[in-house]
Ligand binder design. Structure first.
Ligand SMILES: [Fe+2]
Length: 199
Protein backbone atom coordinates (compact mmCIF):
# COMPACT_ATOMS: atom_id res chain seq x y z
CA UNK A 1 0.00 0.00 0.00
CA UNK A 2 2.96 2.36 0.48
CA UNK A 3 6.43 2.42 -1.07
CA UNK A 4 9.72 1.94 0.71
CA UNK A 5 11.71 5.05 1.59
CA UNK A 6 14.03 4.37 -1.34
CA UNK A 7 11.14 4.04 -3.79
CA UNK A 8 9.57 7.22 -2.41
CA UNK A 9 12.79 9.20 -2.86
CA UNK A 10 13.23 7.77 -6.34
CA UNK A 11 9.78 9.07 -7.34
CA UNK A 12 10.38 12.43 -5.65
CA UNK A 13 13.68 12.93 -7.47
CA UNK A 14 12.13 11.92 -10.78
CA UNK A 15 9.29 14.41 -10.15
CA UNK A 16 11.83 17.10 -9.27
CA UNK A 17 13.57 16.59 -12.60
CA UNK A 18 10.19 17.04 -14.34
CA UNK A 19 9.20 20.11 -12.32
CA UNK A 20 12.00 21.56 -10.17
CA UNK A 21 10.92 23.92 -7.42
CA UNK A 22 10.59 24.72 -3.75
CA UNK A 23 7.81 22.17 -3.43
CA UNK A 24 10.47 19.43 -3.16
CA UNK A 25 12.20 20.96 -0.11
CA UNK A 26 8.74 21.69 1.31
CA UNK A 27 7.83 17.99 0.89
CA UNK A 28 10.97 16.90 2.74
CA UNK A 29 10.17 19.29 5.59
CA UNK A 30 6.59 18.00 5.77
CA UNK A 31 8.08 14.50 5.96
CA UNK A 32 10.49 15.47 8.76
CA UNK A 33 7.83 17.23 10.86
CA UNK A 34 5.42 14.31 10.38
CA UNK A 35 8.12 11.87 11.47
CA UNK A 36 8.97 13.86 14.62
CA UNK A 37 5.35 14.16 15.71
CA UNK A 38 4.30 10.60 14.80
CA UNK A 39 7.27 9.24 16.74
CA UNK A 40 5.76 10.68 19.92
CA UNK A 41 2.26 9.35 19.27
CA UNK A 42 1.26 5.90 20.45
CA UNK A 43 0.14 3.63 17.60
CA UNK A 44 1.54 5.80 14.84
CA UNK A 45 4.31 4.64 12.55
CA UNK A 46 6.79 7.49 12.10
CA UNK A 47 8.43 5.89 9.06
CA UNK A 48 5.08 5.66 7.32
CA UNK A 49 4.36 9.28 8.30
CA UNK A 50 7.67 10.33 6.72
CA UNK A 51 6.87 8.61 3.42
CA UNK A 52 3.34 10.06 3.33
CA UNK A 53 4.77 13.52 3.94
CA UNK A 54 7.42 13.06 1.28
CA UNK A 55 4.91 12.16 -1.43
CA UNK A 56 1.84 14.24 -0.50
CA UNK A 57 2.57 16.80 -3.26
CA UNK A 58 3.89 14.31 -5.84
CA UNK A 59 1.14 15.47 -8.23
CA UNK A 60 3.27 18.56 -8.81
CA UNK A 61 5.43 16.39 -11.07
CA UNK A 62 3.15 17.41 -13.94
CA UNK A 63 4.15 21.09 -13.71
CA UNK A 64 2.83 24.31 -12.21
CA UNK A 65 -0.72 23.49 -11.14
CA UNK A 66 -3.28 24.48 -8.52
CA UNK A 67 -5.87 22.04 -7.21
CA UNK A 68 -4.84 19.77 -10.08
CA UNK A 69 -1.79 18.64 -8.07
CA UNK A 70 -4.17 16.84 -5.73
CA UNK A 71 -5.80 14.93 -8.55
CA UNK A 72 -2.59 14.16 -10.43
CA UNK A 73 -0.97 12.83 -7.25
CA UNK A 74 -3.99 10.67 -6.51
CA UNK A 75 -4.14 9.16 -10.02
CA UNK A 76 -0.39 8.58 -10.24
CA UNK A 77 0.03 6.87 -6.88
CA UNK A 78 -3.19 4.88 -7.26
CA UNK A 79 -1.80 3.47 -10.52
CA UNK A 80 1.37 2.50 -8.65
CA UNK A 81 -0.81 0.63 -6.16
CA UNK A 82 0.07 3.00 -3.29
CA UNK A 83 -3.45 3.55 -1.99
CA UNK A 84 -2.44 5.19 1.27
CA UNK A 85 -0.35 7.77 -0.55
CA UNK A 86 -3.19 8.33 -3.02
CA UNK A 87 -5.51 9.08 -0.12
CA UNK A 88 -3.07 11.61 1.36
CA UNK A 89 -2.71 13.28 -2.05
CA UNK A 90 -6.46 13.96 -1.94
CA UNK A 91 -6.90 14.85 1.73
CA UNK A 92 -3.85 16.98 2.57
CA UNK A 93 -5.24 20.30 1.31
CA UNK A 94 -8.47 20.20 3.27
CA UNK A 95 -8.42 20.84 7.02
CA UNK A 96 -12.13 21.40 6.51
CA UNK A 97 -13.29 18.29 4.66
CA UNK A 98 -14.76 20.24 1.74
CA UNK A 99 -13.21 20.81 -1.69
CA UNK A 100 -14.61 24.35 -1.85
CA UNK A 101 -12.86 25.42 1.37
CA UNK A 102 -9.52 26.02 -0.31
CA UNK A 103 -7.92 29.06 -1.91
CA UNK A 104 -5.72 27.46 -4.55
CA UNK A 105 -6.54 27.86 -8.24
CA UNK A 106 -9.30 25.53 -9.40
CA UNK A 107 -7.90 23.92 -12.53
CA UNK A 108 -9.90 20.67 -12.25
CA UNK A 109 -12.42 19.24 -14.70
CA UNK A 110 -15.96 18.98 -13.33
CA UNK A 111 -15.78 15.19 -13.16
CA UNK A 112 -12.51 15.32 -11.21
CA UNK A 113 -13.89 17.90 -8.77
CA UNK A 114 -17.01 15.78 -8.22
CA UNK A 115 -14.90 12.71 -7.59
CA UNK A 116 -12.83 14.51 -4.95
CA UNK A 117 -15.93 16.02 -3.37
CA UNK A 118 -17.57 12.60 -3.00
CA UNK A 119 -14.33 11.01 -1.82
CA UNK A 120 -13.98 13.57 0.97
CA UNK A 121 -17.62 13.18 1.92
CA UNK A 122 -17.29 9.42 2.19
CA UNK A 123 -14.26 9.19 4.49
CA UNK A 124 -13.45 10.00 8.09
CA UNK A 125 -10.00 11.47 8.54
CA UNK A 126 -7.56 9.20 10.32
CA UNK A 127 -4.49 10.28 12.27
CA UNK A 128 -2.30 10.27 9.15
CA UNK A 129 -4.68 12.49 7.17
CA UNK A 130 -4.71 14.95 10.07
CA UNK A 131 -0.95 14.82 10.56
CA UNK A 132 -0.10 15.59 6.94
CA UNK A 133 -2.69 18.40 6.81
CA UNK A 134 -1.07 19.90 9.88
CA UNK A 135 2.52 19.51 8.70
CA UNK A 136 1.66 20.79 5.22
CA UNK A 137 0.49 23.99 6.92
CA UNK A 138 3.58 24.52 9.05
CA UNK A 139 6.42 23.33 6.81
CA UNK A 140 7.77 25.39 3.96
CA UNK A 141 10.84 25.00 1.79
CA UNK A 142 13.08 26.78 4.33
CA UNK A 143 11.93 24.85 7.40
CA UNK A 144 9.08 25.11 9.88
CA UNK A 145 6.92 28.07 10.79
CA UNK A 146 4.26 28.76 13.41
CA UNK A 147 0.80 28.20 11.98
CA UNK A 148 -0.33 31.55 13.29
CA UNK A 149 2.40 33.32 11.33
CA UNK A 150 1.75 31.42 8.12
CA UNK A 151 -1.99 32.10 8.38
CA UNK A 152 -1.38 35.83 8.50
CA UNK A 153 1.20 35.72 5.72
CA UNK A 154 -1.11 33.76 3.41
CA UNK A 155 -4.05 36.02 4.16
CA UNK A 156 -2.02 39.16 3.48
CA UNK A 157 -0.99 37.72 0.12
CA UNK A 158 -4.31 36.24 -1.01
CA UNK A 159 -6.93 38.13 0.98
CA UNK A 160 -9.73 37.05 3.29
CA UNK A 161 -12.25 34.43 2.17
CA UNK A 162 -15.61 33.64 3.80
CA UNK A 163 -14.09 30.45 5.17
CA UNK A 164 -10.70 31.83 6.27
CA UNK A 165 -11.33 31.66 10.02
CA UNK A 166 -13.03 28.26 9.74
CA UNK A 167 -9.92 26.91 8.02
CA UNK A 168 -7.61 28.44 10.62
CA UNK A 169 -9.70 27.04 13.45
CA UNK A 170 -9.80 23.56 11.97
CA UNK A 171 -6.02 23.51 11.51
CA UNK A 172 -5.46 24.76 15.07
CA UNK A 173 -7.90 22.12 16.29
CA UNK A 174 -5.72 19.46 14.65
CA UNK A 175 -2.65 20.98 16.31
CA UNK A 176 -4.41 20.80 19.69
CA UNK A 177 -5.33 17.17 18.93
CA UNK A 178 -1.62 16.33 18.59
CA UNK A 179 -0.51 18.54 21.48
CA UNK A 180 -2.87 16.56 23.70
CA UNK A 181 -1.69 13.24 22.31
CA UNK A 182 1.98 13.97 22.94
CA UNK A 183 1.48 15.94 26.14
CA UNK A 184 3.40 18.98 24.96
CA UNK A 185 3.18 21.78 22.43
CA UNK A 186 4.24 20.13 19.19
CA UNK A 187 6.08 23.29 18.16
CA UNK A 188 8.71 22.32 20.74
CA UNK A 189 9.57 19.25 18.64
CA UNK A 190 10.39 21.30 15.56
CA UNK A 191 13.90 22.61 15.65
CA UNK A 192 14.34 26.09 14.22
CA UNK A 193 10.65 26.99 14.27
CA UNK A 194 11.32 30.05 16.45
CA UNK A 195 13.65 31.44 13.80
CA UNK A 196 11.12 31.12 11.03
CA UNK A 197 11.61 33.75 8.39
CA UNK A 198 10.26 33.87 4.88
CA UNK A 199 13.47 34.29 2.90
FE1 LIG B 1 2.23 20.51 0.46
Amino acid sequence: MIPTLEEAYEKLREAESMNPGRWVAHSENVAKASFLIAKKVKNMDENKAYILGLLHDIGRRVGYVGKRHIWEGYKYTKELGWDEIARICLTHSFPVKDIDIDISKDDLEDTERDYIKNYLNDIIYDDYDKLIILCDSLADYYGYCFLEKRFVDTTLRYGVFPFTVERWNKTLEIKKYYDDKIGQDMYTLLEGISDCVYF
